[in-house]
Write a protein that binds this ligand. Structure first.
Ligand code: ADP
Length: 218
């Protein structure tokens, strides 16, 4: 599902990625761990096509993504990749339902169909009684579940999560861990998670450690 070949990336004179090779299979949940500053977020941004490598290739679902033109790349990202961040990044003025619908509406999908799908997703994530709540009326765990619903809205083949449990307490962390597995099993998604959360990484199918700009399977 995801194939990285010899990815390099520097910021000025600092080489952060030094030739990363990585293969992730369809339906796999992979955690990327490693010390702060090891390049984990940079790698995730490149897999998510939010940043370009200096060299090397990223193939997602058979497409060599950086050979696409900018417009096609944005389209590809919208259709194939869902993002979950540490700080959910929900829009405060919109309800849970509206936050989930927004990406699909921006992609000009049909309003009624989008609304029905968003409700189904929120229901699947146990939030059917929170549809009209705004982010500041939701708990941290609920906000993160809304963010997962939003990431699922465009039927991605890959979910990329950067410290998704980083701002949660232990009860909500456990719930989120379970959720990733439910989501993978239900939608047969590939999930890559950057995390310091030992329990979350221990649950994943594979742990990859980043060190000195390279990845090591552990
Ligand atoms: P990690 O996620 O493992 O903590 P990052 O990928 O965030 O590591 O960062 C790796 C290194 O790259 C750090 O030294 C960071 O300061 C540097 N870095 C990341 N993004 C940028 C940027 N946009 N400009 C300059 N330096 C950056």
């Amino acid at each position: 599902m995801i194939q990285l070949h010899q990815i390099t990336k520097s910021f000025g004179s600092l080489q952060v990625l030094k030739g990363v090779d990585l293969h992730v299979s369809k339906g796999e949940i992979v955690s990327i761990v490693g010390p702060s500053g090891a390049g984990k977020t940079t790698l995730l941004q490149i897999v998510g096509t939010l940043d370009r490598p200096d060299d090397g290739s990223v193939v997602i679902d058979g497409t060599d993504v950086f050979s696409l033109k900018q417009r096609e790349l944005s389209l590809f990202r919208n259709q194939h990749i869902g993002f979950v961040f540490q700080f959910h990044q929900l829009l405060p003025e919109f309800s849970a339902l509206e936050n989930v619908m927004l990406p699909a509406l921006i992609a000009k999908k049909n309003f009624r169909k989008t609304e029905n799908e968003a409700k189904e997703l929120l229901d699947f994530l146990g939030l059917n009684d929170r549809l009209t709540h705004k982010p500041n009326e939701l708990s941290g765990g609920e906000k993160q579940r809304v963010a997962v619903a939003r990431a699922l809205m465009n039927h991605p083949s890959v979910i990329l999560a950067d410290e998704p449990s980083g701002s949660l307490d232990s009860k909500n962390r456990e719930e989120l861990h379970r959720l990733f597995f439910d989501v993978r099993n239900q939608f047969n998604l590939t999930i890559v998670i950057v995390t310091h959360d030992k329990e979350l990484s221990a649950l994943s199918d594979r742990i990859i450690t980043m060190k000195d700009g390279l990845v090591h399977d552990s």
